[in-house]
Structures are given as structure tokens and as C-alpha cells.
Design a protein around this ligand. Structure first.
Ligand code: GLN
Length: 541
């Protein structure tokens, strides 16, 4: 049977959770036994996300196959429990470079190359190929940005044409603001936004309304009237305690039945077991009512939580797995710089454990090192991710091995003791895009280590994204001083994980958060939270 399509767009503003809507629809269709996968369009002219600042754009997400993609892929993989590939990500940059390459090759000889039909044809061809190769029953397409942006206008036009070729359902995600003291939900922005969507030739089949509180009947009625839709097709998507409740929330409004009917799949049976298991998971994530555990996340992009989206979700997964109620304390690492020990103790004193996530550049580094030292000296469980592992090594070299000027050459290229140094393979590389050590790589974990206990096996594949690495010239010295090298690449050449010997403190060169899913939480995160609960066994909910 030919693939059918669901296109998710936003006509009002971006950043309101189209990714969660898309992932939830995918989850729902899969619970009905359909092979559904999402594809994402981003209009920017970057080839991929790799060169974007997480502080502006949110986290750069890495797939097994080395591609650096939009953070929405994190939601897709977490909701659907699948591993995706670069084919599911389409950017303006990739499309334009491909169309110009075709033109230079002479593929369009005699023609002037145009957005319509050449670029739109290329988009449709790619969509159809990915659908076919993956034998999809339904492809969900999330169009990034907002309808009306110049950046994604050709994607919107391609979607209009898609509906001429295939069964296509359009879902428009809007935001319904509420005016402060009056508390009235205002639909005017949605009405205006709908006009611009319809001007593009697209009549939505469903409108998903993001709002702070449940969508009231008057707002629903008004939006229905302006969109030529019945009220059942105006879907409430107000802020909930957990993103994982979204699929059930949509199903409770009958969206599953309506969308299956629209696609011509009526009569399919819901897999009750899959539904119940997701439902109970989502309820636990929303309740967050176990034993309280306070996690200090010390990073440099904490002002925008989206920069650490996968870290946050991996913590949620580990919290549910341990029946813990997590309180995340996001600490701007610069705040911890130039503080004496007492002030650091005051700032971190209420934390049960400390996490230092990944990052680039010098700003805030000393604050992270101070936090790591505090955790090591005060018996607090610690988890270091990529940069966090590198700084755990620097801290150990400085304060235990007494190599006072130990550093990473990323921050201090002239230091005598570069305990973290540029990778050999990286020295000659000048181009910035897609050139780090990226994607899933194997690590071999040594017996008797905390990392081995967490994973329960010797060989693991985690995703990477870095240029610097543990400098082997210091391996002996650090090991002699008590730092445990718990994992290396299978050939023994690159250090992949280090740990403290006396209490849980593990640093990994990888980003295990990128593979953490509700149905498969990241082992190091689970063990980290478990250790934090053991370290403070007396705390009560
Ligand atoms: N900046 C460090 C490196 O490139 C760490 C990267 C990261 O944390 N993802 O090696």
C-alpha cells in the first residue's frame, strides 16, 4: 500500500512543541500497528545543526550514523524507541547544495532552475524515496519554523503538492495565549495565522492548540468556525507536567480515531499492552512523587534548558527507573568561579549529586571544575558527560596529582600539562562542519568498575561528539594516583570512561543521554541517581 502522510506545521510561532505533537502522533500510529516514522524539514541554510550555538538553537542532537541534527530528533527517538538516520533530516542547506550540484552536472540543461518545480520536485522525490526505502505506512513530516517565513515557504509549497499526489493530513499547531488578569483565551492570533496557512493553499484537518490551561469551549468554537472544522478537530494541548502524557491526552480527545479515519485506516485495533505500558510510564513521569533527589546540573548554557534537552530527559528516565522525585538545580557554571570553598559548599550544599554536561569553549570551565572538586571531596555522586569527563580528569590531575597547571589544550593551548589534548586525527582538520569524532563508537568496559556494574556488559555503543581526548601520556600518572580508567576503545587507544575509586563518580567521553529512552533508560544515569539515593538514605518524600 502506498505511504500516507501527516504534515505538522506551525502557523503562529515556532518553539511551541511541534516536535512533541509529531512524536506523539507517531507513537499513537505505532500503537495501532502502523509503521510510522517522522521526517523533519528545517529551512535554514546551514547544511546541518553541527555549527549552531546550542544557546541560540537548543541542543545539537547526534545520530548513530554521525549526523548532527535538530533536537526534535531526540523526541522522535525517545517517543518511538527507534534509532534514526540522516535521511530523515532535510535542511535548506542540504537541498540548495544538492540542487546546485545537479545544475553544474547539467541535469537541467536548457532550463532556468526554479524553486517551483525544481526544488519542490527534489523535496517530493526525497520524501517518496525515504518512505519507500523504509516501507512506511505513514510518514509524519514536521515542517520547522512558521508558515509565512521566507525560509520554509518552499517546504510549505512542496507539502501542498504532496497532497495532490498522496493521502495527506495537515495538522496545524498554534498557540492560544491567555490575557493575565482577565484569564480569557484569545484566538485572534490563531485566526490571523490560519489565513496565512490557507493563503498557501493548505486547509488543515486538525488544529492542535498549545495553551497554559485547558482550552475552553468558547475558544474551541471560535477556532472551529474560522478553520472550517468541526469542534472535535480542535485539539487541546495545554501544558502538562510531563511531555510523555501527550499521546494519551490526544487519544482521550478521540484524535486517534479521527486521524485513522482521515487516513483511511479505520478499524485498526489498538495494542492495549503497548498503550498501558506507555500510559503508566507517563503517569510516573508526571507524578514525580518518589523520594526527592536534588541534582545540581552545572553547565554554561543553563539559561536555555533546551541546550541540555537530552540530559534533562535522561534524568527524567533515570528518576522514574529509581522511583525518585528529581529536583533539577540548573547552575550557571560562571557563578561558581572565584568562590572560596565555603561559598561553593553553600551553593551546592543542598544537592545530592552533581552533573557536568557537554560543552565547548573556555567560559565557565573553572566553575565546573570547582563543582567537581566539591563532589569528589564531599562524597557526592558525580556524572561527567564528554566535557564533564574531560574536566573530571583535569580536576584530578590538578588536585590529586598536584599538576597545578593541568588543563585541556582547548582552554589553554600553552599549558605544560595538557591532560586533555586535541585528538591526533583532528590536528589537520580546518573545516568546522561535521568534522568532530561523531556518532556511535564502541567502548570496552573493564571488569569490577562502576561503569561495568551500571551497563552490566563489557561492550557498549554510545554516541560521541568531540575533538579533544584524554592524553595517554598521563594515563599512568593519573592511574597511580587512583583515577580508574574504566573504559577504552576496543583497541585500547582512546580512554572512554574514567571514575573515582571511593564513591560514584563516572566521566564518559560519550553522550549516553542521546540514547536514553523511557523504554531503555541510560544505564549510567540510572546508576548515578541510584547512588545519590543511597548516599542520602534518610531523605523522605
Ligand atoms: N569541547 C570538548 C571537545 O571538543 C567537549 C565536547 C563535548 O562536550 N561535546 O572535545
Amino acid at each position: 500500500m502506498p505511504t500516507k502522510y501527516i504534515v505538522v506545521m506551525g502557523s503562529l510561532l515556532s518553539g511551541i512543541g511541534k516536535g512533541i505533537v509529531t512524536a506523539s502522533l507517531g507513537k499513537i500510529l505505532r500503537m495501532y500497528g502502523l509503521r510510522a516514522m517522522p521526517m523533519k524539514f528545517d529551512g535554514y541554510l546551514n547544511y546541518d545543526c553541527g555549527t549552531m550555538n546550542p544557546f541560540r538553537h537548543g541542543e545539537v542532537y547526534v545520530l548513530d550514523d554521525k549526523s548532527e541534527v535538530d533536537m526534535d530528533f531526540g523526541n522522535y527517538e525517545r517517543f518511538l524507541n527507534v534509532s534514526m538516520t540522516k535521511d530523515f533530516s532535510m535542511t535548506g542547506g542540504k537541498l540548495f547544495s544538492e540542487i546546485i550540484e545537479k545544475e553544474r552536472r547539467g541535469d537541467f540543461l536548457g532550463r532556468d532552475v526554479q524553486i517551483i518545480p525544481h526544488l519542490t520536485d527534489l523535496i517530493l522525490e526525497k520524501i517518496e524515496n525515504v518512505s519507500k526505502e523504509n516501507r512506511l505506512d505513514v510518514m509524519l513530516i514536521e515542517v520547522g519554523g512558521t508558515v509565512g517565513d521566507i525560509e520554509n515557504s518552499y517546504f510549505v509549497e512542496a507539502m501542498r503538492q504532496l497532497a495532490l499526489r498522496h493521502t495527506t493530513v495537515f495538522v496545524d499547531v498554534v498557540y492560544v495565549p491567555e490575557l493575565g488578569t482577565v484569564g480569557e483565551q484569545k484566538t485572534k492570533p490563531t485566526q490571523i495565522a490560519l489565513r496565512s496557512l490557507m493563503q498557501s493553499g493548505v486547509q488543515p484537518h486538525f488544529i492542535v492548540c498549545r495553551s497554559e490551561r485547558p482550552l475552553g469551549d468558547p475558544a474551541k468554537d471560535k477556532i472551529a468556525l474560522f478553520s472550517n472544522l468541526t469542534k472535535e478537530r480542535i485539539i487541546d494541548d495545554h501544558d502538562e507536567k510531563s511531555i510523555y502524557v501527550a499521546p494519551q491526552h490526544f487519544m482521550a480527545q478521540g484524535l486517534d480515531k479521527e486521524i485513522l479515519r482521515e487516513l483511511g485506516f479505520e478499524g485498526l485495533k489498538l495494542d492495549k499492552k503497548a498503550f498501558n505500558s506507555w500510559d503508566s510510564y507517563a503517569q510516573s513521569a508526571a507524578d514525580n512523587s518518589g523520594r526527592p533527589v536534588s541534582v545540581a546540573v552545572v553547565g554554561k548554557y543553563v539559561g536555555l534548558h533546551d541546550s541540555y534537552a537530552s540530559v534533562k530527559e535522561a534524568l527524567v528516565h533515570a528518576g522514574v527507573a529509581n522511583r525518585a522525585s528529581l529536583r533539577l538545580d540548573w547552575i550557571e557554571s560562571e557563578e561558581l568561579e572565584n568562590l572560596d570553598n565555603d561559598s561553593i559548599a553553600t551553593r551546592l550544599g543542598a544537592s545530592d549529586c552533581v552533573l557536568v554536561p557537554g560543552g565547548f569553549g573556555k567560559r565557565g570551565i573553572e566553575g565546573m571544575i570547582n563543582a567537581i572538586r566539591y563532589a569528589r571531596e564531599h562524597g557526592l555522586p558525580f556524572l561527567g558527560l564528554c566535557l564533564g569527563m574531560q574536566l573530571m580528569t583535569v580536576e584530578y590531575a590538578r588536585n590529586v596529582c598536584m599538576l597545578k597547571d593541568a588543563d585541556s589544550s582547548e582552554f589553554n593551548p600553552r599549558t605544560k600539562h595538557k591532560v586533555i589534548d586535541i585528538m591526533e586525527d583532528q590536528r589537520a582538520i580546518r573545516l568546522k562542519g561535521g568534522t568532530m569524532r561523531l556518532g556511535a563508537w564502541p567502548s570496552k568496559i573493564a571488569k569490577g568498575t562502576r561503569a561495568r556494574k551500571a551497563y552490566g556488559k563489557a561492550l557498549v555503543y554510545e554516541r560521541h561528539r568531540h575533538r579533544y581526548e584524554f592524553n595517554n601520556a598521563y594515563r599512568r600518572r593519573l592511574e597511580d594516583a587512583g583515577l580508574v580508567i574504566s573504559a577504552t576503545t576496543p583497541d585500547g587507544r582512546l580512554v572512554e570512561m574514567v571514575e573515582w575509586s571511593d564513591h560514584f563518580g563516572v566521566g564518559t567521553q560519550a553522550h549516553p543521554e542521546l540514547k536514553s529512552r523511557p523504554e531503555a533508560p541510560a544505564p549510567l544515569f540510572v546508576e548515578f541517581i541510584r547512588s545519590a539515593m543511597q548516599a542520602h538514605p534518610t531523605r523522605k518524600p
